[in-house]
Design a protein around this ligand. Structure first.
Ligand SMILES: [Fe+2]
Ligand SMILES: [Fe+2]
Length: 169
């Protein structure tokens, strides 16, 4: 059985993952409006992944008998200065998500809730990937943003991304 405190932290994290999904969807829409459909696709896939993360936590809460309380999701920003700003904001947001995940692990450790510590390990590893990808994309967009033909190729590259759900999710 999960403690009330850990359940609250996971409920909060579910909302944060859902907010991330909305945020990325908003970013995707910005790129679609600029006809950068490849980059729009990247953020669309990213959005779906975040919903999958929320679902994973939802299932875990059910498994351990935690009370699920669905929180409010704030409206994400929809106006951005330029493409680089969007990638920077995506990286910034992943860092916030990482902090939330680390905080759950810290609290679960203190409570000797090793089931939650073990469950959250997947997210700890996932955030390493997420931050690494987001940071690489900030570097890349800075390289290409002022060069239309380079930007065209970058858009093509991100068009390749497809959403892969979890095998047993
Ligand atoms: Fe996530
Ligand atoms: Fe993420």
């Amino acid at each position: 059985m999960i403690s009330k405190k850990i359940a609250e932290l996971i409920n909060k994290q579910i909302s944060d993952e859902q907010y991330a999904a909305q945020y990325y969807l908003s970013m995707s829409a910005w790129f679609s409006a600029k006809d950068l459909d490849g980059i729009a696709n990247y953020f669309r896939v990213q959005s779906k992944e975040e919903l999958m993360h929320a679902d994973k936590m939802f299932d875990y809460m059910n498994d351990v008998g935690g009370e699920i309380i669905i929180g409010e999701i704030p409206k994400p920003p929809h106006e951005f200065a330029n493409a680089t700003e969007i990638f920077e904001k995506a990286l910034e947001h992943e860092k916030i998500v990482t902090k939330g995940i680390f905080n759950i692990v810290k609290n679960a450790n203190e409570e000797m809730d090793f089931a939650t510590v073990s469950f959250m390990q997947w997210f700890v590893n996932e955030q390493v990937e997420e931050e690494s990808n987001a940071s690489q994309l900030v570097t890349k967009i800075k390289m290409v943003c002022d060069n239309p033909s380079a930007l065209y190729l970058f858009d093509q590259e991100l068009a390749q991304r497809v959403f892969v759900g979890e095998p047993n999710a």
